[in-house]
Design a protein around this ligand. Structure first.
Ligand SMILES: Nc1nc2c(ncn2[C@@H]2O[C@H](COP(=O)(O)OP(=O)(O)OP(=O)(O)O)[C@@H](O)[C@H]2O)c(=O)[nH]1
Length: 398
């Protein structure tokens, strides 16, 4: 729950983009409606229930053959789902005869008892034009055309012609996004195997080093013994940075001289991790995509070498992606799937970008497990991926 608050704050750029877009869409052709809120319920102006896809069949008042001669006054047929009255009822509790009374009566009653407060909310009828606008908005949030189409089509199912407010659209959107992401939300699997080898791949600057540091710290806090191998031997700065993270996490970092063979370092690290009885060995790698053939050769050599020690290694190949690259991340997944046997994704830098929607596109397109998300540069700014929380933070829903 605490992380959700942080996630919402950090994903402000993505959610405010969607927020502003939704305001413009609903205002364009929407109509003001008056709703009555309970004074003590500090809710959004219009937390009307989202219209259900299928209209509920009206409950037929069954004429019960009562043995006792007690003529019960039957309730009036219910008002339509999207009236302000229903909203009041929902806030007040279960539907009762009194609470199902028409709007004016309820509003008056509310006012008489000092509890009702009239507010206006803008609702727009969901039609093809509005759907197209919603789709465009999601595309600008980097969700990609196909995924944006899928989300809006699911939102529309059984709801065309219904009136929706911004708050309701957000809830609906969050619901559909979460549904797409649910199947891929899986923490990195931990095996009994010692050491479990985690190969970390991704382009330069994606956040590999930072992610390794954060993960190492979390595993260590969970009582795991971790060893890190600074496999990007081509950049002295990368090695130094990893050492800093290792120190922070209290985890040993194995390094090799600049320009030396990363596979040889990986082999040494594997030997050390085995000798030390480490639970996890995390291997950082270079990310120079400019020369794909070299990179592929380098990665496959690392894999070949560590397999001499354990034929099942690496047990996980994590692809780290930078959210600020937006749709470009889609291309990166394709390329790294060719270069390595990617088993899961970590998306970094979801803070400070309006392109968070790309993670939805990745979930939809590749179905690869999403293990964690990064929302800052501090050691505790990496969290397991929770689809509902992510979806709500992305669209700015409660
Ligand atoms: N805002 C933010 N910055 C991040 C996040 N993750 C990493 N960074 C920053 O991104 C920059 C690059 O991160 P690194 O971990 O060095 O990336 P790398 O993939 O190891 O890059 P190379 O060492 O160049 O291969 C650093 O300045 C990090 O502090 C995140 O979740 N949010």
């Amino acid at each position: 729950m605490a992380f959700f608050k942080k996630l919402k704050e950090r994903m402000f750029k993505s959610s405010s983009k969607i927020d502003e877009g939704l305001d413009a869409i609903v205002n364009d052709g929407g109509e003001e409606e008056e709703v009555v809120t309970e004074a003590l319920a500090h809710t959004q102006p219009a937390p009307n229930p989202i219209p259900e896809p299928e209209p509920e069949p009206e409950p037929e008042p069954e004429p019960e053959p009562e043995p006792e001669p007690e003529p019960e006054p039957e309730p009036e047929p219910e008002p339509s789902v999207s009236t302000p009255v229903k909203f009041d009822v929902d806030l007040a509790g279960p539907l009762t005869e009194e609470s199902a009374a028409p709007t004016e009566k309820k509003g008056l009653l509310g006012r008489l008892f000092g509890g009702g407060e009239a507010k206006t909310v803008i609702r727009r009828t969901l039609d093809d034009e509005m759907l197209e606008q919603l789709e465009e908005l999601l595309i600008t949030a980097d969700m990609g055309v196909e995924t944006a189409l899928r989300v809006t089509a699911n939102m529309a199912e059984g709801r065309l012609g219904k009136k929706l407010s911004v708050v309701e659209i957000k809830q609906l959107m969050a619901q559909e996004v979460a549904q797409i992401m649910e199947p891929v939300a899986r923490p990195m699997p931990l095996y009994a195997k010692k050491p479990q080898v985690v190969l970390v791949v991704g382009v330069n600057g994606a956040g590999k080093t930072t992610t390794i540091g954060k993960l190492a710290s979390q595993f260590r806090a969970a009582g795991k013994k971790v060893v890190i191998a600074a496999g990007d031997t081509f950049r002295a700065a990368a090695v130094e940075q990893l050492q800093v993270w290792g120190d922070r996490a209290g985890v040993p970092v194995l390094t090799a001289p600049e320009g030396s063979d990363p596979a040889s370092l990986a082999f040494d690290a594997m030997t050390k991790a085995q000798e030390d009885g480490a639970d996890l060995l995390m291997i950082d790698t270079a990310g120079r995509l400019q020369n794909r053939t070299d990179l592929m050769e380098e990665l496959s050599k690392i894999v070949r070498v560590i397999r001499k020690k354990d034929p099942d290694a690496p047990h996980n190949t994590l692809l780290v992606l930078d959210a600020t690259t937006g749709q470009n991340a889609v291309q990166q997944v394709k390329v790294f799937q060719e270069l390595a046997d990617v088993s899961g994704l970590v998306m970094t830098k979801l803070d400070g970008t309006a392109k968070g929607g790309v993670l939805v596109a990745l979930a939809d397109k590749f179905g690869l497990p999403i293990h964690a998300i990064g929302v800052g540069e501090q050691i505790d700014d990496l969290a397991p991926f929770d689809p509902e929380e992510f979806a709500a933070a992305l669209v700015g829903a409660e």
